[in-house]
Ligand binder design. Structure first.
Ligand code: UD1
Length: 339
């Protein structure tokens, strides 16, 4: 029951390790600590009463990856989170993104092919759809040309896995296309740890709420939506983490319909930026200082998931609300700033 989680100390990775351990899996984490902290191991251990195995390893070093798999050839599933994820940075440093996100995926798949059990879960993104023509977005929506090297690595990543599955019938893979993951574990032992100025909405909201930032800029108030601000599908990271365990169990049980499947992971409900702010104000009891400014380049108007494939085929659906997620994100922010 040994599962490898790459990037297992990151935001979504750490929450997934918790859910895996809660389900009785033995977890080995690989992380290079480039965008995460070793203390996350303690947070996971505190929640689950079980310390995951951790190896600091740079997946770009092929020999180290090969050596790792020689020592752990009893792995029955791989969940591959390790990747760089900042859109703006990917535009500035495309080659770094292709090396971090593509080279490492290739090395992982090469080693996966040498295992007895070849089960693979890939972190993909709703960014592969761009501004979809129809909402909610189904898995059949066309893949649009990527807006950034980051988005391109997710599209290419899926293609690499699809091609691998075509010629290796014993490889079984699922790509999970996340909408907007937010929140933290309700225990406040683990959560998101953005480095520097947050680019994503919710950490910016909570940092403004706690006084680290003066004011939240709401990017655009003239979009064709109910209140003029963009619409996203914000999903609680704990719900998202649980989907990974269910997807893995589907592969282990051999219940998959084909050896490469993909699912949208969202709530199915879109919220505007102002609705997200209102949620924060409700759960925190604080008024948020914000101002509507110009649109941010590259933002799409609206994206939210059609969830019936994940609900009916994968057998998973979200249980937590936007307020639950915002409440946990706020509690987490208060905890880390008081430290
Ligand atoms: C972004 C990435 C996406 C990535 C995802 C990961 C872009 C264009 N897209 O999605 O590829 O998969 O993060 O979580 O960067 N907003 C503000 N003020 C802020 C920050 C955000 O108004 O200070 C608004 C944005 O305009 C957007 C919404 O909040 O409407 C959500 O933004 P964000 O959290 O950055 O996520 P996405 O842009 O959806």
């Amino acid at each position: 029951m040994k599962i490898l989680v790459t990037g297992g100390l990151g935001f979504i990775g750490s929450h997934t390790v918790v859910e895996l351990q809660n389900e009785g899996f033995e977890v080995v984490i690989i992380d290079d600590l480039s965008n995460s902290s070793i203390e996350v191991v303690d947070g996971i251990t505190a929640i689950t009463n079980k310390k995951p195995i951790f190896e600091k390893l740079d997946l770009k070093v092929k020999l180290d990856v090969q050596d790792f798999f020689k020592r752990h050839n009893d792995i029955i599933g791989v969940i591959h989170f390790a990747a760089s994820k900042a859109v703006g940075e990917s535009v500035a440093e495309p080659l770094m993104y292709y090396e971090n996100n593509i080279t490492t995926l290739v090395y992982m798949l090469q080693e996966l092919c040498g295992l007895t059990k070849k089960n693979f879960i890939f972190s993909s993104s709703c960014t592969v759809y761009g501004q979809a023509d129809e909402l909610p977005i189904t898995e059949n929506a066309p893949i649009k040309p990527a807006e950034s090297p980051y988005g391109n690595t997710k599209q290419i990543g899926e293609e690499i896995i699809r091609d691998t599955c075509k010629v290796n019938s014993d490889v079984n893979a699922i790509a999970l296309r996340y909408f907007n993951p937010i929140g933290a574990h309700p225990s406040t032992e683990i959560g998101e740890l953005p480095i520097g100025v947050p680019q994503n909405l919710v950490p910016y909201i909570t940092q403004t709420g706690i006084g680290m930032r003066e004011q939240l800029s709401v990017f655009g108030g003239d979009y064709p939506t109910s209140d003029g601000t963009c619409i996203r599908d914000y999903i609680h990271v704990v719900d998202l983490a649980k989907a990974h365990v269910i997807a893995l169990q589907r592969l282990i049980a051999g219940n998959n319909d084909s050896n490469f499947e993909y699912f949208n992971l969202g709530t199915g409900t879109g919220s505007t930026v102002l609705e997200a702010i209102q949620s924060f104000e409700r759960v925190s009891g604080k008024a948020l200082n914000y101002k509507i400014v110009d649109r941010r380049e590259g933002d799409i108007t609206a994206a939210y998931a059609e969830t019936s494939k994940a609900n009916n085929v994968l057998g998973w659906k979200t249980e937590l609300t936007l307020d639950d997620a915002m409440d946990s994100a706020w509690k987490w922010e208060q905890k880390i700033r008081n430290k």
